[in-house]
Design a protein around this ligand. Structure first.
Ligand code: GDG
Length: 487
């Protein structure tokens, strides 16, 4: 059962002048009975000030399949939980979102599953979110819909509330025509996104793919960044997301964290070059190919455990989806293989930490690392790359970055690699290890400037400004009928 706010309230009294809809609420409870805590993350911090200022509401799933609790206020933000049953979690979340859309949008680097039984639950859950948003949003309010789980929400919400301005932002890549065309529900998804006034992507490529697909598979026509939908203008363009630069800088200069980074260096061996990988344990992140490349470096014999080490932090993720268990097993087998072959008593080539670290510890690792390896097969943006760069205040360190990440567009002074080319990647990592300090400094200075210039605050203000830019001329808020149903 959903706990919906009173539908008899006139829309002008609804509280949300700015409403965020995301799969998850920005809060969590460490144990079922503990109080709510704000979840860490740049997106939440970036949107918080503006949400507080504009009577913000956040609509999302609280993260368990129990009935949703009532809406509640936490840290100045009104949270509206949406309930998901165990079947919803299986079909809408693990199924359609994470076993169909996620692999397809990441270049089909795992085969997407087109299971017909998952579509109806995806539609139903999207409708549930849209109906809650329709009741929570103030007259002429602004709604920001987040990510691939909720691509139908803009269209559904527009039908219910033509007075509101809707923005949709996709955090993951948007695929080219040839891949998206595989989706049996391609037209419905595109139409759903077209319900928004502004459709935002991580890169220009993503936005261009969207406009091409709209021209190919819908009755609407777009050119450049504009699509005309029944006389309404929809803008499709890139809003590259970023990090809270100042916060990362503060952590990176905190004396305790700096001391901890020195301790890490000592523990790993002062004379060793430290390579670091930090990822959610996901098959898109290219962790296995990265370890294979490191294997090739040790096998070539130019480096040994005496002078080189990789620390791989892998945060467990989506462990109820089979492909995630498989990639974890693959990685763990590889780590065992490389450590068994090249390790000695007291020193191994790869330290593998399968856990989430506190942010302070993570920053200490960023500070300790000489070479950061970010090698996804495909990634919407990749914030780890930007966080590493933000930490390197002394201009040392080398970022090895996959050319298939959104970050590579801005961070083109990184050392770019093709993660599918293991030998090429091994050679490039060796080049990074040997890079002279002057070249490191030249590259790092320019990378840091890029990240400093466009933070997650820039992202939030650009995106919300685009939404405010043109006000609609159509519907009058007073005429909105909240009892209209789409089901
Ligand atoms: C999606 C898109 C896009 C990682 N390990 C730990 C930890 N992290 C934090 C990092 C970073 C975040 O998690 C990971 O962000 P990414 O961008 O790298 O990747 P996704 O989770 O796949 O995010 C991606 C992003 O959305 C934003 O739009 O960039 O392309 O896939 O902030 O620091 N944090 C802590 N301990 C860890 O062990 N505390």
């Amino acid at each position: 059962m959903n706990t919906l706010p009173d539908a008899s309230l006139p829309v002008t009294q609804s509280r949300g002048e700015l409403v965020v809809i995301a799969n998850r609420l920005p809060v969590h409870r460490p144990t079922p009975n503990s109080p709510w805590e704000t979840s860490p993350g740049g997106l939440v911090s970036a949107l918080m000030p503006i949400l507080r200022e504009r009577k913000g509401v956040w609509i999302g799933w609280a993260g368990s399949s129990e009935p949703a609790c009532s809406p509640f206020e936490h840290d100045g933000l009104y949270n509206v939980p949406v309930s998901l049953s165990a079947e919803d979690v299986r079909d809408y979340y693990e199924g359609f979102s994470n076993s169909t859309l996620w692999p397809l949008y990441h270049d089909a680097c795992q085969t997407p599953q087109y299971n017909r039984a998952w579509w109806a639950p995806y539609v139903a859950v999207n409708r549930r979110f849209a109906e809650v948003a329709a009741r929570e949003t103030a007259a002429n309010g602004h709604v920001l819909v987040q990510d691939y789980h909720l691509q139908l929400v803009p269209g559904m919400l527009r039908e219910l509330r033509p007075d509101v301005r809707i923005g949709f932002f996709l955090h993951i890549p948007f695929p080219p025509v040839e891949l998206f065309a595989q989706l049996p529900w391609r037209q419905r998804l595109l139409e759903g996104m077209l319900g928004a006034d502004v459709v935002g992507f991580q890169t220009r490529h993503g936005a261009q793919n969207f406009v091409r697909l709209v021209n190919r598979y819908t009755a609407h026509r777009g050119s450049g960044q504009t699509i005309l939908v029944n006389g309404r203008r929809v803008m499709a363009r890139e809003y590259p997301i970023s990090i809270d630069y100042d916060r990362i800088q503060q952590l990176a200069t905190n004396p305790q964290i700096v001391a901890r980074s020195q301790e890490i260096r000592k523990e790993l061996g002062e004379n060793r070059t430290i390579m670091l990988g930090v990822d959610r344990l996901d098959y898109t992140k290219g962790i296995d190919q990265r370890i294979r490349a490191v294997y090739e470096i040790f096998k070539a014999g130019r480096h040994t455990v005496k002078d080189l080490v990789l620390v791989q932090v892998s945060v467990p993720s989506r462990e109820s989806v089979d492909e995630y268990i498989e990639v974890r097993d693959r990685i763990e087998k590889l780590v065992g293989h490389i450590d068994g072959e090249f390790g000695t008593v007291g020193a191994v080539p790869v330290h593998y930490l399968r856990r989430s670290l506190p942010i302070e510890e993570l920053v200490a690792y960023y500070l300790a690392a000489d070479v950061m390896l970010v090698t996804p097969f495909r990634d919407g943006m990749n914030l780890v790359a930007k966080e590493y760069v933000a930490c390197r205040r002394d201009d040392t360190g080398v970022l090895v970055l996959s050319e298939f990440t959104g970050s590579a567009v801005e961070l083109d002074r990184a050392v770019l690699v093709n993660p599918h080319d293991i030998d090429g990647m091994a050679a490039t990592i060796e080049r990074a290890i040997a890079m002279p300090p002057a070249e490191q400094a030249r590259r790092m200075r320019s990378l840091r400037q890029r990240v400093r210039k466009r933070t997650v605050y820039t992202w939030a203000s650009d995106f919300t400004r685009a939404l405010t830019a043109e006000q609609p001329t159509g519907a009058q808020p007073d005429t909105v009928d909240l009892n209209r149903s789409t089901s």
